[in-house]
Structure formats: C-alpha cells, structure tokens
Design a protein around this ligand. Structure first.
Ligand SMILES: [Zn+2]
Length: 407
C-alpha cells in the first residue's frame, strides 16, 4: 500500500513537472515571438467570424472599406486632435462667374464627398460618406450644399457601396432633387447592407429620374464640358473598391480624373484598355492614398501635376490601415505632383475658369507646422517584439521604418 501511494505521489510530481516545463516553454516561445503566426491566425479567424464577408454587416455604423490594408507607414497620434475643430460647412469659394467650374472636395474626415458646380449651372455629387456614420458629418454636408445654394443635383454618382462613400447618399436624395443616378453594379453581399438598401430605396423613389449603371463608355456632356467613364469594364470584381469608375472631367483644356477607391486591379484594367494613358492635370487619388492604389505604372500613364487626397490620418491611427501611404506620397512627390490633402487643408476647392486657369482654394493654409515631418524616434515609448506593432501613447502602430507626424 505504502509503495503504491509513493508511486502515485511520484507520478503526480512528474506530471506537474511536465506541465511546468510546457508552461515555461510556451512562455519562452511567446516572449521570443515564435507564437506570432499562431496568434495572428487566431486573431484573423476571430475577425473573419465577426465579419465573414468583409462587407458591411448591415449596421450603418460598420465600415468594411478598410481593415485589410495594413501599410508600412506609422504616424504619431495627436492626442489633442478633434476632427470637429476642422469641419467647416462654409465653402472657401462660392461666387461662380458664368462659364467657371468649381470642384469641392468636402472635408468629411476619412471618406469622400465631392460636389461639382458645372459651368452651365448643372451640379454633380460624387459620393457622400465618412468612415464613421455620423450625424455631425451628415449635417456638415447638407449645410455645405445649402451654402452653395444647390437644390438640384443633375448628376449623382455613387462610386461603390462602402460606408465612407455611401452613408449619407439616401439623406441627400431625400433632401434634394436628383435628375440622373449613376450607380455601381452590385453583388449579393453588397445588397445586404442597410446603407445600400437605404440608398436604393431613396433612389428608386425619386420620380422622373434617369438611372445608369457605372460602365466604361458612359459619357455626360454639357456646355463646353464632358465627363467620360473609362471603367469599370466588367460587371464583377472580387474587391468592392474596384467597382469605382475611373472618370475624367474635361473642361477648358483641363482634365480632372476621379477614381473613387479604385485599386491596382482597376488601374491595370484601365492601362490595358488605354495603353497610351490620359494626361490629366489633377488626380483625385484612389482609395484615400492607400498602398492598394496609385501604382507607379498608373501614375506614369495619367501624369498628374496636382493631386487631391480625401483622407484623415488621425482617424486612421490605431487601426490596421493607415492612409495616406508613405510610398504613395513619395511616388507623387517624385513626380513633382503638388498634393492637397483634406486633413491638412480642410475643404479643398479646385476652381477652373472658362479660359482654363486653375486655382486651388482651401479652408486651411498648410503652414510649416502643418506639413508632414519625421518624428523623433524618442516618441516611440514602447516597442513590442511580440506583437510586431509599436505602441505609442497606448495606440498600436504597425512596426516599420517611417514615422511621420502632423504638427
Ligand atoms: Zn473609401
């Protein structure tokens, strides 16, 4: 009996020693980062099960546009930053002379809302959304439109169904008269979103309107101007961003290109259909300056002298996506392309006269302190080798070579 219980006791001790060795081994592997692939796998599984299609889950507060595009650029959090301080419903320029054209890139934070006052008095709106569905941004857009004394949009273009482009489209349809709708062709998963359904319901209730599906070859013409659709050439894309039409507004010898959130796949499609490219004056940079877009080949083919990026880097910090991407900014800088960012300049308005004179008018001056500049490495408070993310002021920043800050 005694020997049996001693054996039992020994077995117990051996069992605990084995468990202890396993715990120590796991702790060592975790500390050394050997478990990162497993942790990443589990994390991505959790993310996927939360949002299996990578689409809006049906809640208007969700946004699927981002989250997949984890680029290499780190930025410093400005703790005192409040987007509300930079929102301004007063257009920096309103007085339009006959024959002049104004393109308003409204500062909605991370998201797109572009209002075009055409020279014949017609108005166009391309997208109305923001990364977080917000009544403040909705009111801002409405007030901005009212300040321009616009009551009718002759043309409404929805580039694609992501929240930062679609959220307030239904409100605009309900509050203003829309004559012509240009919508993306859609897949089943996109039609499941509340925001898309609200858009469709509002759109289809507008009486007397014309409906078009965004497609290569479409053209809008007016007094002295044309707007051509160079994509999409297909009815289906695996990524929702690539439904975004590549459009060029041509007026008074100037060409302005709008691309929504078109990514590399759409850019390549454009390049294969138009191998000679199109020399444009201004490019609305694709996908908020993300690394997914603005390949060197595409930029070489469109040769912009000026670029506008609808973006808010402070809203992006701490997420797995950071816009704009350092490499994209570097590509534009190397081409000596002058960049206007809505997070640094507020509302950005491009004014073109009937003689083709161009001027950018912005809500905010880009002061010396407002320029992007490298951050001292001492601001990196803690670097975690386990997570492969920098932790700065309790925000997680992808680990990389570059640090930039605003201010
Ligand atoms: Zn977007």
């Amino acid at each position: 009996m005694a020997s049996k219980s001693r054996k039992k006791g020994k077995a117990k001790i051996a069992f605990f020693i084995i468990i202890l060795i396993i715990i120590i081994a796991l702790a060592y592997a975790y500390t050394m980062g050997y478990l990162d692939p497993v942790i990443d796998m589990v994390n991505s599984h959790i993310d996927n099960s939360k949002n299996p299609n990578g689409q809006l889950s049906g809640d208007k507060d969700d946004n699927s546009d981002e989250g997949k595009d984890n680029d290499d650029t780190g930025n410093e959090i400005d703790e005192s930053y409040d987007l509300n301080d930079y929102l301004d419903a007063t257009p920096p320029i309103t007085a339009l002379n006959t024959g002049d054209l104004a393109i308003h890139f409204v500062n909605v934070g991370q998201g797109d809302c572009i209002i075009i006052q055409l020279p014949d008095g017609a108005n166009m709106i391309i997208d109305a959304g923001s990364v977080y569905n917000s009544n403040t941004i909705k009111s801002l857009i409405m007030d901005y439109i009212d300040n321009l004394q616009i009551t009718v949009f002759d043309y409404m273009v929805l580039t694609h169904t992501d929240g930062d482009h679609i959220y307030y489209m239904d409100d605009i349809i309900l509050n203003y008269e829309i004559h012509n709708f240009y919508s993306p062709s859609t897949t089943t998963s996109q039609t499941e979103t509340k925001a898309y359904q609200a858009y469709i319901d509002a759109r289809d209730n507008e009486t007397g309107a014309n409906y078009y599906i965004n497609k290569k070859g479409l053209q809008i013409t007016g007094q002295g101007y044309s707007i051509d659709f160079y994509s999409p050439a297909q009815d289906y894309y695996s990524d929702v961003n690539n439904y975004s039409p590549i459009m060029v507004l041509d007026y008074a010898g100037r060409k302005i290109m709008f691309v929504g959130d078109a990514e590399k796949e759409a850019e390549e499609e454009f390049l294969s259909n138009y191998p000679d490219g199109i020399d444009v004056d201004v490019l609305k940079v694709g996908h908020h300056g993300s690394e997914t877009s603005s390949t060197q080949e595409f930029l070489d083919a469109v040769k912009p002298e000026y670029a506008v990026i609808c973006v808010n880097v402070q809203q992006a910090l701490g997420k797995k996506w950071i816009h704009p991407n350092h490499d994209v900014l570097a590509r534009l800088a190397n081409m000596e392309c002058e960049v206007y960012r809505t997070d640094l300049r507020g509302n950005v308005v491009l004014y073109i006269t009937s003689l083709g004179q161009m001027q950018f008018v912005c809500t905010m001056e880009e002061s010396e302190s407002g320029l992007i500049k490298p951050v001292e490495t001492s601001t990196v408070i803690n670097v975690s080798s386990m997570t492969k993310w920098y932790i700065i002021n309790n925000f997680y920043i992808p680990k990389n070579k570059y640090f930039y800050s605003i201010g």
